[in-house]
Design a protein around this ligand. Structure first.
Ligand SMILES: Cc1cc2nc3c(=O)[nH]c(=O)nc-3n(C[C@H](O)[C@H](O)[C@H](O)COP(=O)(O)OP(=O)(O)OC[C@H]3O[C@@H](n4cnc5c(N)ncnc54)[C@H](O)[C@@H]3O)c2cc1C
Length: 486
């Protein structure tokens, strides 16, 4: 039964709070030169790198955290300059707040977190879907999800292969929600086992100042060497890491860059990484997911704060919109999967054109005149990321475990891809950073606790997979309950 959304968002402290944050988050980055010899070098100051640095520091060990770009946060960064209100260029949804490590750590001062509305809407042309139509959609979505989960118990096939053939005219919408919107990849390129093991992401909170601002607040006190890309990691004699600003030595290195950065050879490893590791990075390639941010002053769409809107689509040329983000005029039209990848390759103007055209199809051509400032992210072209978030290709879920194995007893990999259930999320990246730091501390004899099961060497063959039952996984909380026409 569809349920009506009841969450109303307080705007009380929004204006005061948002004014307190700058475009690039206030960072405790230092301009001090990095000490040449430390215990641990951490590569990349996204969620995983920040978490690892905090853990190493808490254990009283010396670290250097080196970051290629000029800011912390990586794929979780808030820009407040472009629109004068917080614009999360990457992650925005704080999934599973009761379990998410970041919610537990959220500082109280200057950061306000509130529940995301529990339901979403579907547009059918120029009107909203009616209750019966939503029920049809939900039934199609549940059947597709169940079919993928059932298939994953037997073999790691492409999700698309097992989606029922009789979803009728809801097929394209269901495929968009579970594939491109859910993980940045089309279902044909996405592992049923990865889908199935992905942790439940149906509940979420938002941060009024931006998820990136929240993460930056957690980096407070962490020393970061910004604009310092790592060029090579050499473990042939002692461990040395060559950066654009000099060479560092340490006992261990934690590498948190994206899988596409490693697969593209942007960091040289001496000796080369074992073949099975290189293969794992390649098979955990990043999907494509971008926000086309539009300013729509005066709420011309007549939507509520943080309303999530899909369309009943007939093909893959579609999008999802998060409207009036935290009560501001900012609306995010999200494009993803192979359609989003092709569109972003045509540049920002083409992306904005598509978003305007898409909105015009749903709300009338007049809406185009209401669009003010615009900006589109292009994560595939971001030199320090090369994509959005990892999604295993069919047959590759086990690669996530391979990523967690240390190499030459000196290199540990972390980041969102190195998490078996929370892959593709900031919370997963954070936990993997903590786990890698613990493994390094254990190796140094600082931590005495036994390694968790996930850190043990993976078994070469998995005979029968027993996926955790789940409804869906997503960047943008795939709907389980929809809001009917008002
Ligand atoms: C558009 C978009 C929407 C998303 N939505 C959500 C969401 O709503 N909720 C959610 O939980 N997740 C979401 N995600 C995923 C989430 O952002 C990521 O899973 C998470 O931020 C990854 O953190 P990480 O630390 O693993 O990697 P990163 O954040 O990529 O950090 C790695 C760091 O390494 C740096 N680096 C790269 N190369 C080098 C080098 N050679 N030397 C030194 N440093 C280097 C990079 O600059 C980067 O800062 C989204 C992602 C995108 C792109």
């Amino acid at each position: 039964m569809p349920r009506k959304a009841s969450a109303k968002i307080s705007r009380r402290s929004f204006l005061a709070a948002s004014a307190a944050f700058a475009a690039r988050p206030a960072v405790a980055a230092t301009s001090q030169p990095a000490p040449a010899a430390v215990d641990v070098i951490i590569v990349g100051a996204g969620a995983a790198g920040i978490a690892a640095a905090r853990r190493i520091a808490a254990a009283g060990r010396r670290y250097v955290l080196v970051e290629a770009s000029d800011h912390v946060g990586g794929r979780c960064v808030t820009d407040t300059k472009t629109f004068g209100v917080p614009f999360d260029r990457g992650a925005h949804w704080i999934y599973a707040p009761d379990l998410n490590p970041l919610t537990k750590l959220t500082p109280r001062r200057g950061i306000e977190v509130y529940p995301a509305p529990p339901s979403q809407k579907i547009r059918i042309g120029r009107r909203f879907a009616r209750e019966g139509e939503l029920e049809d959609f939900l039934s199609a979505e549940v059947r597709a999800t169940r079919a993928i989960n059932d298939a994953a118990r037997k073999a790691d096939v492409p999700c698309e292969q097992v989606v029922p053939n009789d979803l009728g005219d809801w097929r394209a919408t269901v495929e968009f929600m579970l594939g491109p919107f859910g993980c940045g990849k089309d279902l044909a390129q996405f592992s049923a086992l990865d889908f199935s093991r992905g942790a439940e992401r149906t509940t979420a909170t938002f941060c009024r100042q931006g998820f990136g601002a929240l993460l930056a607040a957690l980096a407070d006190g962490v020393t970061v060497q910004l604009s310092t890309p790592v060029k090579s990691i050499d473990t042939r004699r002692s461990l040395t890491v060559e950066t654009a600003k000099g060479t560092l030595t340490a006992r261990a290195v934690i590498v948190t860059v994206s899988t596409n950065i490693i697969a593209a050879g942007r960091i040289q490893f001496l000796p080369e990484l074992p073949h099975r590791n290189i293969d794992a990075f390649g098979r955990l390639s990043l999907g494509s997911y971008d926000h086309v941010a539009l300013e729509l002053v005066g709420n011309p769409l007549g939507l509520d704060s943080d309303d999530l809107v899909f369309e009943k689509s007939t093909d893959a040329h579609t999008a999802a919109m998060l409207a009036n983000v935290s009560g501001t005029p900012l609306c995010l039209v999200d494009v993803a999967g192979s359609f989003g990848r092709d569109l972003s390759a045509h540049g920002e103007a083409a992306m904005v054109d598509f978003a305007a055209q898409w909105l015009a199809g749903l709300y009338g051509a007049e809406i185009k005149k209401a669009i003010g400032r615009t900006q589109a992210t292009r994560w595939n072209a971001d030199a320090f990321t090369l994509g959005a978030a990892s999604a295993a290709v069919p047959g590759a879920q086990l690669a996530r475990r391979i990523m967690m194995e240390p190499v030459n007893d000196a290199i540990w990999f972390a980041g969102e891809a190195a998490h078996e259930t929370l892959w593709g999320t900031v919370g997963g990246a954070w936990e993997s950073g903590e786990r890698a730091a613990d493994a390094v501390l254990r190796r140094m004899g600082v931590l005495k606790t036994p390694a968790p099961e996930a850190e043990a060497a993976p078994k070469p063959k998995v005979k029968s997979a027993r996926p955790v039952p789940r409804e869906q996984s997503s960047f943008g909380a795939t709907p389980s309950i929809m809001r009917p026409e008002r």
